[in-house]
Design a protein around this ligand. Structure first.
Ligand code: 76R
Length: 255
């Protein structure tokens, strides 16, 4: 039996996808619509400035395509924080015009593949840059980029290609070449990889941010040819979204 790599967990992550009932929206009297916008802006602005918890981050996106209309992304220290945000949104007049289209729950994670020393030695992380790296992974701020791509993924468990049957060293080597590809896109694409084993349907959630969607596409295409993806990755649905400031909610709803 193989031992799992050690992991360290940080903030919990909720991807909250909503679709708008456009017919109800068009039919609603101006007074109700204004109230929905006002309460929606209040909720989203409050979430983005984290008035509800000690730390975390939130962001609002317009989702392209039919899968949803709105994505509200929350990172918070506890599940209770996320739970409270979900409930609070339901209390707004805006929620009356939305339905849950999808959602995903995960937790930010650093695994022992590239920072084994950190896990072997409980004491302080000696290396300051490693400490910063780990911190930025566990308590990330949502990058200020226009485009966001989200999908869940698994590592394959086929008899032929079983990620979980590989030795630690084999997996670490795969992830090191995987990381090399990723680092080529530094400054163009930022990722939040969050673990979801036991929390949601897949093993990880992948949230990518970039100003140019083509950079995201290029990065993923390149990774598809790398064994860590070509042999060992399986993907769920993909969703694409564009960030907007909560203050623009009226414009978002006006179309
Ligand atoms: O040695 C190293 O530098 C590797 C550091 C590293 C790990 C351990 C790393 C780097 N990743 C790791 C783990 Mn990643 N990552 C993804 C996707 O669509 C696809 O094919 C894959 C989706 C992207 C885009 C991405 C980006 N990574 C993981 C794991 C967990 C594996 C496990 O624990 O078993 C998954 C599922 C995963 C998936 N990765 C990087 C990136 C980028 C851009 C980097 C380099 C920047 C950085 O070091 O943070």
């Amino acid at each position: 039996r193989r031992q799992p790599p050690q992991t360290e967990e940080g903030w919990y992550v909720l991807h909250d996808f909503r679709s708008i009932d456009w017919d109800a929206w068009r039919d609603a009297p101006e007074r109700r619509r204004s109230q929905a916008i006002e309460e929606g802006v209040d909720f989203l602005t409050g979430a983005e400035s984290v008035t509800d918890a000690d730390e975390g981050d939130s962001a609002t996106f317009s989702v392209l395509g039919h899968k949803a209309d709105l994505l509200v992304l929350h990172l918070r220290p506890t599940l209770g924080d996320l739970d409270a945000l979900e409930r609070r949104f339901e209390q707004t007049a805006l929620a009356e015009f939305t339905e849950r289209a999808d959602s995903y729950l995960s937790v930010t994670e650093v695994s022992g593949y590239m920072s084994q020393e950190f896990f072997e030695d409980d004491s302080e992380v000696e290396d300051a840059s490693m400490a910063r790296y780990i911190e930025s992974r566990l308590t990330p701020s949502i990058p200020d980029a226009e485009f966001c791509s989200f999908y869940p993924m698994n590592k394959r468990r086929d008899p032929e290609d079983n990620w979980y049957d590989l030795s630690f060293d084999e997996r670490a080597e795969h992830l090191s070449s995987h990381g090399d590809i990723g680092r080529d896109y530094a400054g163009k694409v930022t990722q939040i990889i969050s673990g979801s084993i036991g929390l949601d349907d897949f093993e990880w959630g992948v949230t990518l941010f970039g100003d140019d969607p083509t950079d995201v596409k290029d990065l993923l295409y390149e990774m598809r040819f790398d064994p860590s993806s070509s042999r060992y990755a399986e993907f769920g649905r993909f969703l694409s979204a564009r960030r907007f400031p909560p203050a623009d909610l009226r414009a978002f709803l006006a179309g």
